[in-house]
Design a protein around this ligand. Structure first.
Ligand code: SF4
Length: 400
């Protein structure tokens, strides 16, 4: 169960004033110690993430955040990190201490939940420390809240049920290929096995593609580029060929024009973001001038080969395309600058380590400011002249 990447897990953020028992509550939900729990206020500093299986929803990621409401300098820094988590969570829990209800802090967070369109559950903890009258009063104020005692576990099952219900209601995600091909279609996946291929395995996007085909009753065949021609003779009526982008040009020469062809990168640009928006983003390239600034946003720092793509390959190709040197800035991780208005184009990484919500929030942030945004897969396809054929299947379905 722990092999599911965090990017594929529903993200559940836990918020509330310092020392309301957020960490204890997560431990009770998970049935194990996760966060640092201490009676000393402000023990949770950076957000702490923990993966678990929430049956029947499946894999989820709890993000335990620092308490809100600390007005010291350190408290403000902690809040910035807490605020950042709002850009990637799918659902929030706001936890009150039943003995010390702070409406102002809740109102502040409620506005933030609305801003990022996050469904949330109000949880009133420590109900063992107040009497029945006080509980009734709070129930009148918070009609929809769940009342719990994290220490004894009272009410925690109701909280889990509510989480499961809300996550179920919001569960629709864009499939990788399952919604573009009918049941019983045939797909050939081209996976070159060269020096770049990891030893003894195939990479995650390819594995996820195979699984998506299985989920949707699509027959998938996996071949190397060197066996593709023969495979196309063996397998009749192939509906789609999906290839690694690096082999696209070679594969395009082999695949007849009446068979749709796309790349894993294009499929994931749609699965993890908005393909139409990313294609509109590359259309802004023709408007770039020598004064233009480009932001390259990478979601993590630990993949050297992706760094090469973002830091060297794409800037070099883009400079060549426009005919002059553009100014590039780079961000890594969950940081996405507030001064985005300075940029003329944002180039986002493939987002394999983050969830779709993170990318959609960034897209919306750029859209509100009329800044073009594209991603690695789409811009590389555009700069290497393979974009048109690789998005043809989506054009026919009016998705681009
Ligand atoms: S695509 Fe983004 S999230 Fe995935 S390894 Fe590269 S930088 Fe990290």
């Amino acid at each position: 169960m722990f092999s599911t990447p965090n990017s594929n897990r529903k993200h559940i953020g836990i918020y509330g004033q310092t020392n309301v028992g957020k960490s204890s509550l997560i431990n009770k939900i998970m049935g194990q110690e996760v966060s640092i729990i201490s009676p000393i206020e402000g023990t949770t500093t950076d957000p702490v993430s923990k993966a678990m299986e929430l049956i029947p929803v499946g894999p989820v990621l709890f993000i335990d955040t620092a308490g809100v409401g600390d007005k010291t300098e350190l408290g403000k820094l902690r809040f910035d990190k807490t605020y950042d988590t709002l850009k990637r969570i799918d659902i929030a829990m706001y936890v009150f201490d039943a003995t010390n209800i702070n409406y102002d802090l809740y109102e502040e967070m409620r506005i933030n939940f609305k801003k990022f369109n996050i469904p949330y559950i109000i949880v009133v903890n420590k109900i063992d420390l107040i009497d029945n009258n006080e509980i009734e009063n709070l129930k009148n104020k918070f009609h929809d809240a769940i009342f719990v005692c994290a220490e004894s576990g009272e009410g925690v099952d109701s909280l889990k049920d509510r989480l499961i219900k809300i996550l179920g209601e919001n569960e629709y995600e864009i499939p990788i290929v399952g919604d573009i091909l009918p049941y019983n279609s045939k797909v050939i996946m081209v996976v070159p096995i060269d020096s770049e291929a990891p030893k003894g395995r195939i990479i995650l996007p390819q594995v996820q593609c195979i699984r998506d085909c299985l989920d949707h009753g699509i027959k998938s065949y996996v071949v190397r580029d060197t066996e593709l021609e023969e495979a196309l003779q063996d397998i009749k009526n192939v509906d789609l060929v999906i290839t690694d982008s690096q082999a696209f040009k070679k594969v395009a020469q082999i695949v007849p024009s009446d068979i749709e062809l796309t790349s894993f990168s294009i499929l994931f640009a749609r699965h993890k973001g908005e393909l139409r928006t990313f294609v509109e983003g590359v259309e802004k390239i023709s408007k770039l001038t020598k004064d233009s600034k480009v932001l390259v946003a990478e979601c993590c720092s630990h993949n050297i080969s992706h760094e090469d793509i973002g830091r060297f390959k794409i800037p070099n190709l883009l400079n060549k395309k426009v005919g002059f040197e553009l100014h590039y800035d780079f961000t890594v991780g969950h940081d996405f600058p507030d001064n985005i208005d300075e940029y003329d184009l944002v180039i986002h990484c493939g987002s394999c380590m983050v969830n779709r919500k993170t990318v959609i929030n960034r897209i919306n942030f750029c859209r509100e400011r009329n800044i073009g945004i594209t991603n690695y897969g789409v811009i590389l396809a555009y700069l290497t002249g393979i974009l048109d054929r690789s998005i043809n299947i989506f054009r026919k379905r009016e998705q681009v």
